[in-house]
Write a protein that binds this ligand. Structure first.
Ligand SMILES: Cc1cc2nc3c(=O)[nH]c(=O)nc-3n(C[C@H](O)[C@H](O)[C@H](O)COP(=O)(O)O)c2cc1C
Length: 171
């Protein structure tokens, strides 16, 4: 293989694209599109999301210490793009996208009904790394849609239809 050396870059792929739902202390809801999302620890179950400190969602997650990671399918690509293009400071993204908030079981931010997987998270640590602050969230409840499962309740990977992002191709 003839390889070229490039400047340091986050060339991990594929990266999952997720919709993170959050709420302010009064209960006003918001959604942010995030690709800086990953598995941080298996036991206890902890996932990480990297969020710019200047976006609206950062202040909501920081103030409440809760968020929900919702994993979309390719069917709602346009809505995922929209939630990553406008700010909840100016628009109600649930209203504008038609996405449906559903009460979570352990946290105040809602699940997004149209996403087949929802991970309710409680913030355990925040690391101020740079242009992203890393929220480490312990998963306190997991919701899996039955359409992902076979007759025995086993999740079938090919039914997940996830959206993934190739950061590698960005210059
Ligand atoms: C595909 C995609 C991925 C994104 N990933 C991130 C991310 O990982 N972290 C982040 O802070 N912003 C990310 N953004 C940008 C935010 O989603 C965007 O700034 C959003 O408008 C912030 O919304 P808010 O002000 O309502 O919080 C992404 C946007 C898109 C379209």
């Amino acid at each position: 293989m003839a390889k070229r050396i490039k400047e340091p870059r986050i060339a991990l792929y594929p990266a999952p694209v997720v919709l993170v739902s959050c709420a302010d202390v009064q209960g006003k809801l918001n959604i942010i599109t995030v690709i800086c999302a990953g598995i941080a620890c298996v036991k206890p179950p902890i996932i990480s999301i990297g969020v710019h400190p200047w976006v609206y969602s950062h202040s909501l997650i920081e103030s409440t210490g809760e968020f929900v990671v919702n994993i979309p399918t390719v069917d709602i690509l346009a809505k995922v793009d929209y939630c990553g293009s406008v700010s909840g400071r100016e628009v109600d993204k649930f209203k504008e996208t038609g996405l449906t908030p559903v009460p979570a079981s352990q946290v105040k931010p809602p699940l997004i009904e149209e996403c087949p997987v929802n991970l309710e998270c409680v913030v355990r640590q925040i690391l101020q790394l740079g242009i992203h602050h890393l929220f480490l969230g312990e998963v306190v409840a997991t919701h899996l849609d039955e359409t992902l499962m076979d007759a025995n309740g086993k999740v079938q990977g090919e039914k997940c239809n996830p959206l993934v992002y190739l950061y590698l191709s960005r210059e």
